[in-house]
Design a binder for this molecule. Structure first.
Ligand code: FES
Ligand SMILES: [Fe+2]
Length: 327
């Protein structure tokens, strides 16, 4: 059975870059929903995302386009575009034609640049949150491209049956059942994560904003560790996903509630958290790659044969349906 390339692109906010990819003046190419886009940051720090072709004679702005002040300048004839997309100059000093870049709705939040994607071209129907990360002293970033269904990365967290098999988390059970509210969904799971020969109790909270952004907060009370993983999943072309991940760790007083932000820590704790973020990365990458290996080769079954112990997969799929155009 093959993957399902006919799956329509989902609606919502999807990342096209890490913020850290875009120093002021930087121009980059990216892919979303089968199209290329050009992402750039003006000298004053504004991020813009545009369709890639210049409205003058069609040059690709991501191949040689440059930022001058607040303008994006085309490499072909030097036409310049303001931060609102308007063509404000030609390369010849003549009056510019009445035209503009096709800017996409974009939002920079939580270390990512997101673009609004909607099959019918509707403007943004909801916004992404800005999560406080003041207390996380260090963040590592990683990106993976693989084959998969747009639901796969999110469905993974409600798929409690694979926690023990793939991630060595035993006894996984929801302590806050899956709840959904419009484009939001949440779930908190408790289990024992095995490190070497030792098991440690962990509480993992998953918060979703559509299919493109997930915050995963892990609390391991015995070690006074809080970990935060931010996942931004983008469908780049049919059946192809890119997952950008930001990983942080902090120490705290060890109280319950995995979603509580850690308090600002003294210098020593912050240094230790930096070390932990670096040290924990290989472990986290191992977990992520184990999932990706399975997603990359699996088939998305519309009618899975579920069993007791599987987790709330049916409820999850009922929620994700809203992001796909109805045919
Ligand atoms: S194609 Fe861009 S300035 Fe001519
Ligand atoms: Fe997983």
């Amino acid at each position: 059975m093959s993957m399902t390339p006919q799956v329509p692109f989902p609606d919502g906010w999807f990342a096209v870059a890490f913020s850290s990819d875009l120093r002021p003046g930087r121009v980059r190419r990216s892919r979303i929903a089968g199209s290329e886009v050009v992402v750039y940051r003006t000298r004053s720090g504004l991020v813009r995302v545009t369709d890639p072709h210049c409205p003058h004679l069609g040059a690709h702005l991501g191949h040689g386009g440059r930022v001058e002040g607040e303008r994006l300048v085309c490499p072909f004839h030097g036409f310049a575009f303001d931060a609102d997309g308007t063509c404000v100059a030609t390369g010849y000093g003549t009056r510019p034609p009445r035209t503009a870049l096709r800017l996409r709705h974009s939002q920079e939040a939580n270390g990512f640049v997101f673009v609004w994607q909607h099959h019918a071209g509707l403007p943004p129907q909801w916004e992404l949150p800005c999560l406080s990360d003041n207390a996380y002293p260090d963040t590592a970033e990683t990106s993976h491209c693989f084959r998969g269904h747009p639901d796969d990365p999110g469905e993974n967290s409600v798929d409690l049956g694979h926690f023990a098999q793939v991630h060595r988390i035993t006894g996984a059970r929801p302590v806050h059942a899956l709840t959904t509210d419009l484009h939001r969904a949440e779930l908190t799971v408790r289990g024992r994560k095995t490190f070497g020969r030792h098991g440690l109790g962990a509480e993992i909270s998953y918060r979703y904003w559509g299919l493109g952004f997930t915050a995963i907060d892990t609390h391991i009370p015995r070690l006074r560790i809080r970990g935060r993983v931010l996942n931004a999943v983008t469908v780049t072309s049919p059946g192809q996903l890119q997952m950008r991940t930001r990983i942080s760790t902090a120490l705290d007083s060890g109280r319950a509630d995995s979603r509580r932000a850690p308090t600002n820590a003294p210098l020593w704790d912050r240094l230790l958290a930096t070390v932990l973020t670096r040290a924990g990365q290989p472990q986290y990458l191992r977990d992520i790659r184990q999932d990706i290996r399975i997603w990359h080769h699996k088939s998305y079954l519309e009618r899975p044969r579920l069993a007791e112990g599987d987790g709330p997969i049916t409820a999850w799929r009922r929620w994700t349906r809203q992001f796909y155009p109805t045919t």
